[in-house]
Design a protein around this ligand. Structure first.
Ligand SMILES: NC(=O)C1=CN([C@@H]2O[C@H](COP(=O)(O)OP(=O)(O)OC[C@H]3O[C@@H](n4cnc5c(N)ncnc54)[C@H](OP(=O)(O)O)[C@@H]3O)[C@@H](O)[C@H]2O)C=CC1
Ligand SMILES: CC(=O)C(=O)O
Ligand SMILES: [Mg+2]
Length: 753
């Protein structure tokens, strides 16, 4: 399998993948605790009788008391499994399980596969219709044409929840997005394009309808099926859905129809197109060979004879994957969230346009990483990749908006901006933690120095920082940085402000300033000049301390301690502050601030008190109500030990400062975080689990942060450096672009100070 492409796997591996551990790809997890007798009484009899009566009285409350509103059935009878044909309901189960888990992975939609053992259209329809109480939506899959048209149409009429045959419309939406972008790249107007569609089944008919809806002319489309061209007057192998696309033409075979065509859309079977056919197409042909698992023609075979072609397939291992996974999770997300009664044309067009637009924007690093290659809009990247996290924000919102505008939304969204934000948070809890910071940064964009701009990862962060409106990046690096920006898809690299420390006109003033600070620490003026010229951290920190920028981000090229030493040559701690580091640990239902994880090896009681106050301030700026625990191995003196004094005294220092937050200690991590353990200490002054953990020393702090990151289901933000006179953020050397972006935003928003 997959021999001519980038990803290789054997049939054995594919079987092993499915059989290893728990067989299959799906399991069900309870969303409520099931630990105690009381839990059982609530979840099942007798407690469950209460929502039963409520729903019987008002059926709409089923959306409040059951999983219905977020539950989609993936239903097939296995009559058109991928392009493998009619292999029966049971054989379709791996595909349907796969689709169910994609719903969850990409859009947090709960989904279950259902395979129905019947080819009888009426039985199928009745079975699905009877399931309406269970689900919030129905996704039909791999049902052959023309039965699928009758099934979908009838179910739509009979059911009051969205029914969507994904092979038809999901495919059509992604293909249409790709066609829009390929036309743009080759300078074509949709209304003049000549299109040949191969296949006249579920996917082809819907694709053809959608491209016609967005501007392709009816007479410019020739459709073929297994018997050749569908021309007006043909009688063999026809049905009403094919007839609707029959045109007047003398062409009778695909080979004849494809001559001079601008676009080929294949939704038929493997190998249906030859190199000779491709040679006959118009200049810069657009070829979407979407049959699965093997396309009508492979991209290497196309490019061998037509290097000017734009090629897409249904596979993830070639560029430009037209796969409905880009659509269905997000389309259902939007439809479920407004409790839409159906998914109409306007919602489909909105999804296609949102997806097309996304491909034209700069690509986030997560995507490049997931695919092991970089993307920018062009012939090899006309469609976003499924791992693009922006799909989750953009597509459901576009679909929900269109549903509201066309009157099918039973629960319209009042605040679209808040909805988009909640979508982002749905998959990545970190995003919601950072909401406030992102908003503050956008409202008042600051100048942030990216001191290591020669690093690609730093440039990616800087580009996003600018493009997303969080602030103005001030780059430090050599002239080649402009080429690197261009290579990353930036059209106007010169619009970035770039400072080259070797020839910057600011150097003499900077050297003066540095000399003033360092002359009594044994440095000559020429040492200072050399430092300014050669050390980007010193140059960057000087840009900030001399007022040319508001904050700085660095750390990917040198270890933390060395970077901090360099920065400290230029800058002091803020007056009466102790500089220290915070890691924020974000898990699905908890956010915890951990300090000091980076700077003070053995903090004194005063320093611990400063660390607590500084962390509280950061937590508050991020919208949290802080409760501080001073951690130890001991709870309130038990067991006694030789190194508890600092921690104890830190509490006394805070007592004397009369601070306005809850703090307690010394205590163990479980007494701080776990309400059950906490009950052993009823005198504790904490009103709930702690969310600011002040660690007794750097060893335990740094180790804890890194252990949690490596072992736990937590996302880590930071380290954030606070307590310096200006915000300087020192990332870890292993940081990726989104971690750098986060730190830059925290600095720009004035959170990390
Ligand atoms: N990339 C993607 O995201 C998706 C890809 N697909 C792929 O599209 C293909 C069709 O799926 P689907 O529409 O669900 O299946 P259907 O069974 O509904 O339709 C198949 C169509 O292909 C036609 N066909 C078969 N052999 C040939 C041939 N040699 N030349 C021309 N046409 C031929 C059939 O013609 P006839 O009517 O004469 O029998 C029929 O019209 C599959 O390969 C599937 O994997 C589908 C959905 C999504
Ligand atoms: C992707 C898909 O749905 C198909 O090939 O049938
Ligand atoms: Mg399918």
């Amino acid at each position: 399998m997959a021999d001519k492409s980038n990803v290789e796997f054997s049939e054995r591996e594919a079987l092993f993948f499915h059989s290893t551990g728990r067989p299959g790809k799906i399991e069900i997890i309870a969303s409520k605790p099931m630990a105690t007798q009381r839990d059982l009484s609530l979840a099942y009899s007798p407690g469950v009788a209460v929502p039963v009566r409520a729903i019987a009285e008002d059926p709409a409350t089923a959306y409040d008391y059951t999983a219905k509103g977020n539950l989609v059935a993936v239903i097939s009878n296995g009559t058109a499994i991928l392009g493998l044909g009619n292999l029966g309901a049971l054989a379709s189960k791996p595909v349907m399980e796969g689709k169910a888990v994609l719903f969850k992975r990409f859009a947090d939609v709960d989904s279950i596969d259902i395979e129905l053992k019947t080819e009888d259209v009426d039985k199928f329809i009745d079975a699905v219709e009877l399931m309406e109480p269970t689900f919030g939506g129905i996704n039909l899959e791999d049902i052959k044409a023309p039965e699928c048209f009758i099934i979908e149409q009838t179910l739509k009429e009979r059911m009051n929840i969205p029914v969507f045959h994904d092979d038809q419309h999901g495919t059509a939406i992604i293909a249409a997005a790709g066609v829009i972008n390929a036309a743009m790249l080759t300078g074509r107007d949709l209304k003049d394009m000549k299109v040949v569609v191969n296949g006249a089944g579920a996917a082809s008919i819907s694709c053809t309808e959608l491209i016609k809806a967005i501007g392709v002319q009816n007479d410019n489309v020739i459709m073929c099926d297994s018997k050749g061209v569908i021309y007006q007057g043909r009688s063999e192998g026809m049905n009403q859905w094919k007839s609707a696309h029959a045109v007047k033409t003398d062409a009778r075979t695909l080979a004849e129809a494809i001559k001079g065509a601008d676009v080929f859309l294949g939704l038929s079977v493997a190998g249906a197109v030859s190199q000779d056919m491709v040679k006959e197409m118009a200049g810069k042909p657009i070829i979407f060979a979407m049959a699965n698992p093997d396309p009508e023609i492979t991209p290497p075979d196309v490019l061998e004879v037509r290097p000017d072609a734009i090629v897409a397939t249904g596979r993830s291992d070639y560029p430009n994957q037209v796969n409905n996974v880009l659509g269905f999770p997000f389309i259902f997300r939007g439809a479920l969230d407004v409790r839409a009664t159906g998914i109409n044309e306007a919602m489909k067009v909105a999804a296609a346009q949102a997806i097309a637009e996304l491909a034209r924007e700069q690509v986030p690093e997560e995507v490049a990483k997931a695919y092991g290659r970089s993307h920018s809009f062009g012939p090899d990247y006309i469609i976003p990749a499924p791992f693009d996290p922006r799909l989750m924000e953009v597509v459901p919102a576009a679909v929900a908006q269109a549903a509201m505008e066309t009157g099918v939304a039973q629960k319209p969204i009042a605040d679209m901006a808040a909805y988009r934000q909640s979508l982002k948070g749905r998959l990545n809890p970190t995003t919601s933690v950072l909401t406030t910071a992102y908003e503050v940064a956008k409202a008042n964009p600051k100048r942030v120095v990216f001191a290591e701009a020669e690093e690609e990862v730093v440039l990616r962060a800087a580009i996003q920082f600018r493009d997303l409106g969080y602030g103005i990046p001030v780059l430090v690096g050599r002239h080649e940085v402009y080429d690197k920006l261009q290579a990353l898809g930036v059209r106007d690299p010169q619009s970035f402000e770039l400072h080259n420390s070797v020839n910057s006109p600011l150097v003499p003033d900077m050297a003066d300033r540095l000399y003033e600070r360092l002359q009594r620490r044994g440095h000559l003026r020429r040492d200072c000049e050399r430092m300014v010229n050669r050390d980007r951290n010193i140059f960057g920190a000087l840009l900030v301390s001399m007022g040319h920028a508001d904050a700085m981000i660095t750390g990917v090229t040198r270890p933390f301690a060395q970077t901090l030493r360099e920065v400290k040559r230029v800058m002091d701690p803020a007056v009466d502050r102790t500089p220290f580091g915070i890691h924020i640990m974000v898990s699905k239902d908890k956010t915890v601030f951990l300090a000091d994880t980076t700077v003070n090896e053995r903090p004194s009681a005063h320093e611990l008190a400063d660390i607590a106050e500084g962390t509280v301030a950061v937590a508050r700026r991020m919208g949290h109500d802080p409760r501080v625990a001073f951690l130890s191995y001991s709870n309130f003196g038990n067991p006694p030990g030789g190194h508890l004094e600092n921690v104890r005294d830190a509490l006394k220092v805070l007592d004397s400062r009369d601070v306005d937050f809850e703090y307690e200690g010394e205590m163990t991590a479980d007494a701080a975080l776990n309400p059950t353990v906490m009950k052993n200490y009823p005198f504790s002054r904490l009103s709930g689990p702690a969310n600011v953990l002040v660690m007794p020393g750097l060893q335990s702090a740094n180790i804890s942060a890194k252990l949690l990151r490596e072992l736990g289901g937590t996302t880590m933000i930071g380290p954030m450096l606070v307590g310096m006179e200006k915000s300087v953020q020192i990332a870890t050397m292993a940081s990726n672009a989104s971690e750098l972006l986060t730190l830059a935003v925290l600095a720009s928003a004035g959170v990390a100070i």
